[in-house]
Design a protein around this ligand. Sequence first.
Ligand code: COA
Length: 194
Amino acid sequence: MKRVFNPFKEETKVRHKAMIQISPYIDSLALIRQKKQKNIQCRVRLAKKTDLQALVQLEQKGYAGYIAWDLSDFERDWHRNPQILYLVIEAKDLATDKSKIIGMITGRCLINNTHISQLVIDPEWQSHGLGSYLLKIWLQISRELDRKSVTLEVRESNTHAQKIYYQQGFVLENKKPFYYEDNGETALFLRCHL
Ligand SMILES: CC(C)(COP(=O)(O)OP(=O)(O)OC[C@H]1O[C@@H](n2cnc3c(N)ncnc32)[C@H](O)[C@@H]1OP(=O)(O)O)[C@@H](O)C(=O)NCCC(=O)NCCS
């Protein structure tokens, strides 16, 4: 029989330690009380491997077409990186029982700190407090995991995102000029001490 080459075959047993550790905490979270659509039930859950394609689509929608990570980047991270932490907001339509991912916060749990790589809310669901809520959960998880701080990079022009970071205690630590490949924009390196 012909063998199909699977680059991730050997890595599929990676244990996502931090995700396993925080799983009881995530399961204990209440459903999100959102006012946008009464027949839609939203909750935070850990991401699954089968969500990765949806994460790419969400990222594309959230960044208006710009793709920071394509599917292979997410798959590589998922299969090779034991430190990953991926959370999503799932919205379930109670009438049809269909679910959709409308938000994500992803990153990694390092020795002393956690690092946020992506925070994205579906544009149709933005400005309803969901981004701030995911960030708050991430900070709580980082405390649960006994990490000392949370770090992230944000574009200098992304003042909307910066607002929620500063509101939740992040401070500017450093500026990285020409950080983003697409337009050479400066990145602000922010840290929240826990
Ligand atoms: C940044 C992002 C995650 C924020 O999520 P969100 O759910 O829209 O944010 P929230 O609803 O929690 O809003 C938080 C604050 O921003 C304000 N805000 C929300 N939408 C806004 C908008 N379009 N313009 C200006 N301020 C806005 C809210 O009023 C709120 O402030 P308040 O607490 O003083 O009322 C979301 O806009 C997004 O996905 N953007 C695209 C991807 C991105 O830039 N990610 C960050 C990369 S570092």
